[in-house]
Design a protein around this ligand. Structure first.
Ligand code: BGC
Length: 348
């Protein structure tokens, strides 16, 4: 009985403490879509951590529809959110809602993707996006030993969504490593599609990446020519390329890059169908953002580590960049299973 009483007292104490910490303050969390694995995880992590810290959470997913996201954010504002955490479908399409937030004095944190063309963005928390691209490009450079091997090697490129500010950083980070070899003719892009606009994938859709890869394979590699490497900016697009290769390609299997360590792609890494990915632990990002929310609401100094890079065309947004980590079939166990990110069964 005594034990039960002390447990109840402890629980009450916890509730009182947490209540004093956050006092049920309302946080609106707007995520782009449930279609891609990572945003489900991000949304869940944010909700759990915020609730554990005593906040009330309004979590919405916008089905990759810009209008839906706009009205969801406007609703959050009218329902009394005190801070908004937004991962935009399209960085520059939430202007009206952001102005509304600013008018009401509601701070806005851009989550993972920068909110563009607005002075109403208070902070940005993300992974170092340029570094993601650098990790991918460097992997390709080393895997093909570009400085020493004679080559030439055939390269194709699949990048991300032009509406997502991150996509340009991923692309540029990788291209800055690989471009000298393209210019020297050691890497040859048979399709001729190199510029970002030519290789982009609207909404990062797997099907779109797959259709484009199928077209490239049938136009340039149907005669048995090998594609040696397919630089993909993330896992959802890499999956499209892997699907296309499985159905339309008989040559030597290429090096393929990715990002996110999605379950399907991690399985493909284990099966030798994707060479690497870049692990961005969504728990780390969510924890950082929850910390930011607390700092904002208590008037404390907000942790940032980059005040130069992320110019949204109106202001430079103070940012916190988390570090992305290289992942492949050799270290996935330690990174993903030992850390509790996935269970072994999820990867079977
Ligand atoms: C994220 C990536 C993700 C992509 C597609 C980007 O903004 O940074 O991690 O793969 O969106 O969801």
């Amino acid at each position: 009985m005594k034990k039960v009483l002390s447990l109840v007292l402890c629980a009450l104490l916890l509730i009182v403490c947490v209540g004093a910490m956050a006092d049920g303050q309302k946080v609106g969390v707007s995520m782009p879509t449930k279609d891609l694995q990572r945003w489900n995880q991000d949304g869940e992590n944010m909700k759990n951590l915020l609730e554990a810290a005593g906040y009330t959470v309004d979590l919405q997913f916008a089905s990759n529809d810009v209008q839906t996201q706009l009205s969801q954010v406007e609703n959050m504002i009218s329902e009394g959110a005190q801070v908004l955490v937004i991962s935009a479908i399209e960085g520059s399409s939430l202007g009206e809602a952001l102005t509304m937030a600013k008018d009401e004095g509601i701070p806005v944190i851009a989550y993972d993707r920068l909110l563009m063309e607005s002075d109403a963005v208070s902070y940005y928390a993300t992974f170092d996006n340029y570094m993601v691209g650098t990790v991918q490009g460097t992997y390709v450079k080393e895997a093909l030993d570009l400085d020493n091997a004679a080559g030439p090697f055939n390269l194709e490129i699949t990048a991300g969504d032009p509406g997502d500010n991150n996509a340009g950083y991923f692309y540029q980070g990788a291209i800055d490593v690989l471009n000298p070899y393209i210019e020297a003719g050691k890497l040859v892009v048979k399709s001729g599609q190199v510029a970002f606009d030519d290789v982009a994938t609207p909404t990062w859709a797997t099907e779109t990446a797959q259709t484009r890869a199928e077209n490239i394979l049938s136009s340039f590699y149907a005669d048995g020519t090998n594609v040696d490497v397919w630089l993909c900016s993330n896992d959802s697009t890499a999956l499209g390329v892997e699907n296309a290769l499985a159905a339309n390609y008989t040559g030597t299997y290429p090096i393929i890059t990715g990002q996110d360590c999605d379950i399907a792609n991690t399985k493909n890494m284990i099966a030798g169908k994707q060479s690497m990915s870049v692990f961005k632990d969504t728990r780390t990002l969510a924890a950082q953002v929850v910390k930011m929310v607390g700092q904002i609401l208590t008037g404390a100094e907000v942790d940032v580590n980059d005040t130069e890079t992320y110019n949204n065309n109106v202001i430079v947004v103070p940012s916190f960049l988390c570090e992305p980590v290289f992942a492949d079939a050799n270290n996935y166990k330690e990174l993903l299973i030992d850390s509790g990110y996935y269970t072994e069964d999820q990867l079977k």
